[in-house]
Design a binder for this molecule. Structure first.
Ligand SMILES: Nc1nc2c(ncn2[C@@H]2O[C@H](COP(=O)(O)OP(=O)(O)O)[C@@H](O)[C@H]2O)c(=O)[nH]1
Ligand SMILES: [Mg+2]
Length: 304
């Protein structure tokens, strides 16, 4: 009897339709990268940046980075310096997440080229503009864009720099003005961006556009947003998550996708990595090209 039941049970289970296995989860990566980047041509990119000279003698490209505290602005300046100088640089102090840096004044970071006294014809400033309550006023950012903010000015989130202030530059030269505006945001926090911050970025963008200033967004910390990218940075343009974050940011603030660049900064390592270099050089080359076009456009206006 017992045997009979056992056999019956065995037979019936054989005839049951075997459940179809669940489909495998979709891959977090596209089969092919959606943007081409020259991972193995860093030397050419470096040569291109080293050779860059604006068409006007003595002209400098001023690149203004803005973003909330802790997004990676200082780390980006240090990363660019490190790649160009061939050794790790920490000139722009990297804050830990808890500090809000208002004590440091408006600072220009130049990059030494070759021997002492020789510099690349581009430089960086960074300002903490995006925090909703403590951030620098949009009006002050506009003053910086127009070149009215002097070196060392300590921004006051309560009141705008006034014309009578000793740090107000009444007659800015071309080199004091900003030529490229770079918005820095970390990939991991894009879905959490507050409406007020998005509104502030848009306001800054509209004002920069009125002045004709080209704008770029740098999406930092791609390693924190996608494990596949953390594993291998070459997955950055295959990662569905990174593309989605870039598209979301583009839709939120209106910066087109071709002006948005994902990046991983040098921030804890002591050795260089080719792939990290490639992304840094890729965004730097685009920033320089956009800024150079802007200078040339202005030059044409003067001559027409
Ligand atoms: N994982 C990761 N961490 C980063 C990256 N860039 C910056 N950080 C870290 O983010 C923190 C803030 O960076 P910092 O450059 O001081 O930001 P800032 O306030 O915008 O100047 C530091 O602890 C950095 O080490 C990145 O690309 N990936
Ligand atoms: Mg900083």
């Amino acid at each position: 009897m017992r045997k009979f039941f056992t056999v019956m049970g065995g037979n019936s289970s054989k005839h049951e339709a075997s459940p179809t296995p669940p489909p495998p989860p979709p891959s977090p990566l596209f089969d092919k990268p959606w943007r081409d980047i020259y991972w193995d041509l860093n030397q050419q990119a470096l040569d291109c940046v080293r050779k860059y000279k604006p068409s006007i003698e003595g002209q400098q490209l001023r690149i203004l980075l803005h973003g909330d505290v802790g997004v990676g602005k200082s780390s980006f300046i240090n990363s660019v310096q490190s790649v160009l100088r061939g050794r790790m640089c920490v000139e722009a102090l990297v804050d830990n997440k808890a500090t809000v840096c208002f004590t440091k004044g408006y600072t220009t970071y130049t990059i030494q080229k070759g021997g002492p006294g020789s510099f690349y014809p581009f430089m960086f400033n960074d300002i903490m503009g995006l925090s909703t309550n403590k951030g620098i006023l949009v009006d002050d950012i506009i003053l910086a864009l127009k070149g009215h903010v002097k070196e060392g000015y300590k921004f006051n989130p309560e009141s705008k720099l006034s014309e009578g202030d000793q740090f107000y530059n009444k007659s800015p030269s071309d080199n004091d003005k900003v030529h490229v505006l770079v918005c820095v945001v970390p990939a991991d926090t894009i879905p959490l961006m507050k409406d007020e911050v998005i509104k502030k970025i848009k306001e800054i963008r509209i004002n920069a556009s009125r002045l004709g200033i080209p704008q770029v967004a740098v999406i930092t910390k791609v390693d924190e947003a996608c494990p596949e990218v953390k594993k291998d940075l070459r997955n950055v343009y295959r990662s569905k998550c990174i593309k989605q974050r870039m598209e979301q940011f583009s839709a939120n603030v209106g910066i087109p996708m071709n002006c948005i660049f994902p990046l991983r900064n040098y921030h804890q390592e002591i050795n260089f990595n080719n792939n990290v270099d490639s992304l840094i050089l890729s965004v730097l080359k685009s920033i320089i090209n956009f800024g150079d076009d802007f200078i040339d456009r202005n030059l044409q206006k003067v001559h027409s």
